[in-house]
Write a protein that binds this ligand. Structure first.
Ligand SMILES: Cc1cc2nc3c(=O)[nH]c(=O)nc-3n(C[C@H](O)[C@H](O)[C@H](O)COP(=O)(O)O)c2cc1C
Length: 133
């Protein structure tokens, strides 16, 4: 089984619940983004990055800083994106995915959850874990 890192930022815990569900399903490490850096990408075969919709359909700036540093060193490793949102339609995730793919990141899937992940979102996270394994 490949080694997976689940790197996340979460303010009120919803994206953290998603990160833990993904990590549990894949026997992976869930790592808060402040404890991660691009230098650690080389330690993993696959990575999942989680951040809720913040600002105006944007990533949190602290998360974005680490994410931007990681992008150039991800190579062709499988990458999944996930996060929670509230009043929007998931636009932040569409922009995030588009920009990742434009930068050459091998995005194998994404999951969004409205606030706390429901059973359907948790099931999608388990499926995503399978794609990263
Ligand atoms: C400052 C701020 C900005 C937000 N911006 C958006 C947004 O643009 N679109 C949206 O759908 N939700 C937005 N939200 C709602 C969060 O994405 C939502 O509460 C999410 O569940 C938070 O995830 P977390 O519990 O992992 O921190 C915003 C919340 C805050 C506090």
């Amino acid at each position: 089984m490949s080694k997976l890192a689940v790197v996340y930022w979460s303010q009120t815990g919803n994206t953290e619940v998603m990160a833990n569900a993904l990590a549990d399903a894949a026997a992976a490490d869930a790592i808060e983004v402040s404890s991660f850096s691009a230098a650690r990408v080389a330690d993993y075969d696959a990575l999942a990055f989680g951040c809720p919709a913040m600002g105006d359909e944007e990533l949190d700036p602290d998360f974005e800083e680490v994410w931007s540093d990681c992008v150039p060193v991800l190579g062709d490793k499988p990458v999944a994106l996930f996060g929670s949102y509230d009043w929007g339609t998931g636009e932040w995730m569409e922009s995030w995915k588009d920009s990742a793919q434009a930068a050459g990141v091998n995005v194998v899937g994404s999951v969004i959850a409205n606030l706390e992940p429901n059973d359907e979102a948790l099931e999608q996270l388990r499926e995503l874990a399978g794609k990263l394994a």
